[in-house]
Design a protein around this ligand. Structure first.
Ligand SMILES: [Ca+2]
Ligand SMILES: [Ca+2]
Ligand SMILES: [Ca+2]
Ligand SMILES: [Ca+2]
Length: 352
């Protein structure tokens, strides 16, 4: 006869992932040296047509971490524990600033559109992309013009998109497909708004948050949800912010992109090479002056670029901006970090 401590020869465990009870038996007296006490000499499971009817509160867990949605990612690692199609958030954020007089350098104040972004690339249990969430927070628009803003995601076709949030449109210049991608584009393009100033609730003639002492205008957030028809490899698309651009003053063909980012299919090619622009699209060179100066900048991981005051040339506010640009971004990478020696604070917009 086994002692009280060793009399048990049967265990009942709950397998919450498969929604059943597992019964295990040890078939040799546990006080006998021949007993390996592995409790697997006979295994049964008990299932019920209504799992919720089983009282399992007192049953130990089988030892397998809980995976409620059964997608193979345990709950503690699953950002969407109740959604088998989604598993992980992949966040990136930064700030974008545009100069709108391309192909001319203009006043070069880089505050004609200033917009912060947060991107979330949502992947499934196979690390494939299933959805993109984009938040754009419009900060400033110091311009005579009412510019628009959009983003091309190279690697995604318009037909890859199941649905996208409707853009904030105020005019009639933008044509959309039924899934809210822009019509006439070979890559997926999402217009966020055609008129930043209308979006921010100000008149066309208002310079938004660039002139010291003028009334501040609240920033305006636009959230975009882009759902794919089928999961795709994460490597099929580039990293955020993808290929953002402004549309200048309702002229759909007039786009301004980050340096060496391609124009979309709807960009008017006739201005490449005009003014200060020395684009050579066949060489992948675009929106660049002869010495490598851009018309748009992206600062990864930064919340709101401290942009110049209205009509202040960025090279006078940030003393190493030109050297950074002309080096192709390899030197003075911290040109925008305020260390007193590289920034003229009197030329940065602070609201007053
Ligand atoms: Ca899961
Ligand atoms: Ca999940
Ligand atoms: Ca400007
Ligand atoms: Ca400006």
């Amino acid at each position: 006869m086994a002692s009280a401590a060793t009399s048990q020869h049967h265990v009942a465990l709950i397998d919450r992932n498969r929604q059943r009870i597992v019964l295990g038996f040890e078939d040799i007296n546990r006080d006998n040296s021949g007993s390996d006490r592995d409790f697997n000499d006979a295994l049964f499971f008990v299932s019920a047509s209504n799992y919720g009817a089983i009282s399992s509160a007192n049953l130990p867990n089988l030892g397998v971490p809980l995976d409620t949605d059964g997608d193979g990612i345990v709950d503690t690692d699953d950002d969407y524990p109740n959604d088998p199609l989604r598993a992980n958030d992949n966040f990136a954020f930064g700030s974008l600033a545009f100069e709108d007089l391309w192909p001319y350098q203009g006043d070069y104040d880089f505050n004609d559109v200033v917009v912060d972004y947060s991107a979330n690339l949502i992947s499934n249990a196979n690390n494939q992309l299933v959805e993109i969430k984009l938040d754009y927070n419009f900060i400033a628009s110091g311009a005579h013009r009412n510019n628009g803003f959009g983003v091309q995601i190279a690697g995604l076709l318009p037909s890859d998109i199941a649905s996208a949030t409707s853009p904030q449109l105020f005019g009639n210049d933008i044509q959309l497909n039924s899934n809210n991608t822009e019509a006439g584009q070979s890559s997926a393009v999402f217009i966020v708004t055609d008129q930043v100033k209308e979006l921010m609730g100000v008149s066309r003639s208002t310079f938004v948050n660039t002139i010291a002492g003028n009334p501040a205008v609240a920033s305006k957030m636009v959230s975009m949800q882009i759902v794919l028809n089928q999961p795709i490899s994460m490597s099929q698309i580039s990293n955020a912010p993808f290929n953002p651009f402004i549309i200048v003053d309702g002229n759909r063909g007039q786009e301004v992109h980050l340096k060496n980012h391609a124009p979309t299919d709807l960009a008017d090619a006739k201005h490449f090479g005009d003014g200060a622009d020395r684009s050579d699209l066949s060489q992948g060179i675009s929106y660049s002056t002869a010495n490598g100066m851009p018309w748009a900048i992206h600062l990864s991981g930064l919340n709101t670029f401290a942009y110049p005051k209205e009509q202040v040339d960025i090279t006078e506010a940030y003393l190493y901006f030109a050297a950074w640009s002309q080096s192709g971004g390899t030197q003075f990478e911290d040109w925008y970090v305020n260390e007193n020696t590289n920034v003229d604070g009197s030329k940065i917009y602070t609201g007053n």
